[in-house]
Design a protein around this ligand. Structure first.
Ligand code: FAD
Ligand code: NAP
Length: 339
């Protein structure tokens, strides 16, 4: 259905929270040309455009009075291969986890710690997706984006993306850049990152002492399946809050009352606190208000038990934020993009 616009389309199948709001118009782009045409047509009508991929990092709080443009472009290719370092390029609409699996099937390591993250390749740079001690910035080479203000193509290299913890230049300029394709430098030689969370333990339980990249991916998939709700069964957008960075003096102050505080020292002297731990200590784990709730196993994940609206989920999130600020003096920042 390239090029065709549908009217008053329910976005329920297009966001992993399963929020039932409508898009005034909806279309999908299977190519650069589709995307350009949709943007030009919307501009001619004075319509705003909301670009989406897999909808796994969105909280939709009202009907979207815009053209929703879903990136559905496909294609993965090897651009260069010197026998060890291999540069791979993928189109924005490629689903992330199948792309990771394709790289592993080619004997390419580098993305295994990012296995089973929902969403698309094109959205991955938005918040510099990360898990188990690896972020895409660690293997990122470049990307091609369309400047929605000028209609020109722009090549971004690593430094220009301003990647940081769940952050990038693209997140700071919402609506400016349409990411078309992304390039990664992967390796035929495995450099394992196993010191994060229970990855090493899971591998050792399986009797694996020298894991392949596929072993690491499989271990991470099994851990994630145990800990995280599958959006197909229970609507969610993964972690709802970023882990807060706080000054050492605040971490010390909290530790006086909560000796079990989970805090990771950072290079700049700050401490990263586990937001899920703070929320659990405050008693929110498993809390439910109507169909909006805090997951019973993972306090960082807000869930939709069926009919919750985006506003109800947002209200619950705001109550949690206010409580954590009052109890711990810590500000929690939302991770999903709010519309
Ligand atoms: P969408 O939700 O569709 O969009 C997200 C944002 O990107 C929006 O602002 C949208 O406008 C913009 N956007 C989308 N595509 C483009 C494009 N081509 N060009 C420009 N802008 C675009 N995230 C992590 O970092 N680590 C995790 O481990 C992780 N685990 C998760 C687990 C679960 C169960 C869930 C539901 C989510 C998880 N997430 C995680 C969050 C989410 O999967 C990622 O942020 C993912 O990259 C979002 O991709 P998407 O295609 O679904 O983006
Ligand atoms: P976990 O293993 O229970 O750990 C809790 C938190 O502690 C994590 O959020 C992680 O921070 C941090 N952490 C753990 N080990 C660390 C180490 N060695 N050094 C520094 N920080 C450490 O976490 P989880 O909830 O099961 O998630 C596992 C991984 O998947 C994490 O990296 C998490 O970010 C990622 N994940 C992300 C989302 C999302 O939507 N963004 C959803 C699910 C899982 P970081 O979050 O900063 O890595």
């Amino acid at each position: 259905m390239s090029g065709q616009w549908q009217e008053q389309v329910s976005l329920k199948p297009y966001n992993t929270f399963g929020i039932d709001v409508k898009a005034r118009y909806f279309t999908q782009a299977h190519s650069d040309e589709d995307a350009r045409q949709a943007l030009a047509q919307a501009a001619a009508q004075g319509l705003p455009v909301l670009v989406i991929g897999g909808g796994s990092n969105l909280l939709l709080t009202a009907d979207v009075q815009a053209l929703v443009l879903r990136m559905a472009s496909a294609g993965v290719r090897i651009l260069s291969d010197d026998g060890e370092r291999v540069v791979v390029e993928a189109e924005a609409g490629e689903p992330w986890h199948p792309f990771v699996q394709w790289c592993l099937s080619q004997g390419l390591a580098g993305l295994e710690n990012l296995s089973l993250i929902p969403g698309t390749v094109g959205a991955a740079p938005m918040q510099n997706i990360g898990a188990y001690g690896v972020e895409i910035k660690d293997v990122f080479v470049g990307l091609t984006a369309l400047d929605r203000q000028t209609g020109e193509l722009h090549e971004f290299e690593l430094e220009q993306c301003q990647f940081a913890y769940r952050d990038s230049v693209f997140k700071h300029h919402p609506g400016r850049w349409l990411i078309l394709r992304v390039r990664f430098a992967l390796s035929r030689v495995m450099h394992a990152h196993l010191d994060y969370g229970p990855v090493r333990q899971r591998l050792s339980e399986q009797g694996i002492s020298e894991p392949t990249a596929q072993n690491v991916s499989d271990a991470i998939c099994s851990i994630r399946r145990e800990k995280l709700p599958d959006p197909v069964e229970l609507g969610n957008a993964g972690s709802f809050f970023k882990n807060p960075m706080v000054a050492a003096v605040l971490a010390d102050k909290i530790r006086v009352q909560y000796p079990g505080l989970v805090a990771y020292p950072q290079a700049d002297g700050q401490f990263k606190l586990a937001a899920g731990w703070l929320i659990e200590q405050a008693g929110w784990k498993g809390h439910r208000e109507g169909d909006a709730g805090v997951h019973r196993l993972q306090s960082l994940v807000l869930v939709n038990y069926g009919q919750a609206t985006g506003l109800q989920l947002h209200e619950l999130a705001q109550k949690i934020q206010a409580d954590i600020l009052e109890r711990f003096g810590v500000t929690l920042e939302m991770e999903p993009n709010l519309y």
